[in-house]
Design a protein around this ligand. Structure first.
Ligand code: WT7
Length: 567
């Protein structure tokens, strides 16, 4: 089926130099992801191949060849240089999945600046916290998102430029806000890509933890080595594939495998920016004859719910290989996909921090429905005893998933947070914060997270961030946020709150509070349920015990509550 060899052979003879060689990279030389994803593909004779098929709301269609994306990223890079953006400056991308998002990603990298993609559904507070932390110098956005940016502009002294891509004329619109229209700019044919090196910073993705504000995960240009090879071997991308990654580049899947992996391989990819429905998705696969599809369990469960009948209305025979990431892929979903598409979804496990796929159902390897698979060749993955942090050697024991650092796409730092970064390593292992078992054939089985972070539909939400935002609502006295079980999203956000004197509980207030969070943070972080309480469970020292509320939601044993306040 594929030309990538067997898992055993690849593991036995593995060396990252395989990728370095294929990419013609030599130690100490320049490596720039922007150049690799566009110029190099053109130099390899694929200038006229389609890099991007785009379809937006209302059926708008656009397409770009590799030469088009080379020119467009040159043009954007040049513009950024003209206004004074320098290497290592942070440039935020705050756009829907429009072509400019993908083209700017390469443009920012080509000038050696650091690209900071943020999900465009983020509200002003979520935006503020991340721009403030990164001391971002410029943000590229759309007219429709400008009101959110304006709201925080005064509080962000480092933010000098707000660049709007869909105003028709290049001009200054208001202080700090300028317009840049790609269509009206003269394409820049010759451009000198900034000579970034392996360890030069490239992408800064924000991810949520249990405590404190979101952390900026710093990646470097050398990550390309991992992203290229995993896209080739795990996603099994082959020369004539038409690839669809359903993730938004506001999240790491949407950049590592929604831009860098496929384009560094010169693969045609398709983007659908028109919301989710089973009808739309199947039609998209049929229209573009998608061959490789990388998606997420929540989407797959939604498709299962839409039923099998609808599938018979479409010709989906182009599909050759399917993969999934982001949250537990339940065995039923794998069995279902085998039945309706004739092939299983191959689960993959990784994180914003790891930058590339770590555990995988390698093509050709036996798929065990419900298992995440085995570590990618060259990756040493174990489960650790939670007390001693030594690897567990017997099978079927629950432990902490950990990896031996050293693969190219591993994060290099949490932005300005050395302490949190150091906490991720114990006895030479990188701790993922997840728990799993390993069976007697070396397959990993996901058990759960080892912290309070909520994974809703494949998106991590920090209870701390939601609790802090809740406290800004005038009616909220105290709050505790935990995951609540959900059929489709696996988990959704639930908030327990106490009210300040004078506020009356009720459905109106509930809705108001939900909307308050949606606007401030995002629709993802918005509590799907709010429960009023007289008081929240606390330890004697006054710390709110989320654990007790979590256990109640999931019908689990509450465990040791001996430190609970006893009055
Ligand atoms: C967390 C990382 C990088 C992909 C997008 C998410 C959970 C990820 C799986 C999987 C069960 C998974 C883990 C992980 N997760 N893949 N195949 N099965 N859980 O990146 O936002 O950094 O989230 O997502 O809990 O730690 P992220």
């Amino acid at each position: 089926m594929s030309n990538i060899g067997s898992y055993e052979d690849r593991t036995k003879n593995f060396d990252w130099k395989i990728a370095e060689k294929e990419l013609e990279f030599k130690e100490g030389h320049t490596i720039n992801i922007g150049w690799y994803c566009s110029d190099r593909i053109c130099l390899k004779g694929k200038a006229d191949r389609i890099a991007l098929f785009y379809e937006g709301f209302g059926g708008i269609k656009k397409q770009f060849t590799f030469n088009d994306i080379r020119l467009a990223s040159n043009t954007i890079g040049k513009f950024l240089q003209t206004i004074g953006i320098k290497s290592e400056d942070r440039v935020c991308l705050f756009m829907d999945r429009i072509p400019e998002l993908y083209l700017s990603f390469l443009g920012v990298l080509k000038i050696g600046a650091i690209v900071q993609p943020l999900f465009s559904a983020f509200g002003d507070e979520a935006l503020y916290v991340r721009l403030e932390n990164a001391q971002t110098r410029a943000i590229i956005t759309q007219k429709k998102h400008l009101p959110k940016v304006r709201k925080v502009l005064d509080r962000l002294p480092y933010l000098e430029f707000v660049i709007v891509v869909d105003h028709s004329k290049s001009r200054v619109l208001e202080p700090k806000v300028i317009s840049f229209d790609l269509q009206e700019s003269k394409p820049v044919e010759e451009f000198e890509t900034y000579p970034t090196k392996a360890e030069s910073p490239s992408v800064l993705h924000y991810t949520s933890g249990t405590t404190g504000q979101p952390k900026g995960v710093k990646h470097v240009h050398y990550s390309l080595i991992s992203q290229y090879l995993t896209a080739k071997w795990v996603l099994d991308l082959q020369d004539n594939d038409i690839y669809w990654c359903t993730a938004d580049p506001g999240w790491v899947t949407g950049t590592s495998y929604g831009i860098i992996g496929p384009w560094s391989l010169g693969i045609t990819q398709c983007i659908l920016d028109a919301g989710f429905s089973a009808q739309n998705w199947y039609k998209f696969i049929e229209d573009y004859k998608i061959t490789m599809w990388y998606s997420a369990p929540t989407a797959i469960r939604s498709l299962m719910k839409a039923g099998e009948k609808i599938i018979s209305n479409f010709n989906l025979s182009s599909l050759r290989h399917l993969a999934s990431v982001g949250e537990p892929l339940n065995p039923e979903a794998v069995i279902w996909s085998q039945k309706v598409f004739g092939k299983p979804f191959h689960d993959t496990f990784w994180q914003t921090e790891t930058g590339s796929i770590m555990i995988t159902n390698f093509p050709g390897m036996k798929v065990k429905a419900g298992s995440m698979g085995k570590p990618f060749p060259g990756i040493k993955g174990v489960v650790l005893n939670p007390k001693t942090f030594d690897p567990i050697t017997e099978p079927e024991q629950v432990g902490l998933i950990a990896f031996q650092p050293g693969w190219p796409a591993m994060m290099r730092a949490y932005w300005n947070n050395e302490e949190k970064y150091r906490e991720k390593f114990v006895k030479g292992w990188y701790l993922t914060g997840d728990r799993a078992t390993i069976d007697n054939e070396g397959y990993f089985w996901f058990v759960g997270r080892d912290d309070d972070v909520i994974n809703t539909g494949g998106h991590l939400v920090s209870p701390f961030e939601v609790e802090s935002a809740l406290l800004e609502h005038p009616a909220v006295g105290e709050s505790a946020v935990v995951a609540k079980p959900d059929e489709i999203n696996m988990e959704v956000v639930k908030a327990f709150i106490t009210l300040k004197p004078g506020f009356i509980p009720g459905p109106d207030l509930e809705l108001e509070i939900m909307n308050f969070i949606r606007r401030k943070l995002s629709p993802i972080a918005m509590p799907q349920a709010i429960e009023y309480m007289e008081k929240l469970p606390k330890t004697r020292s006054g710390k709110i015990m989320r654990r007790v509320l979590h256990a109640r939601e999931w019908g689990e044993d509450i465990g040791d509550i001996s430190t609970l306040e006893n009055d």
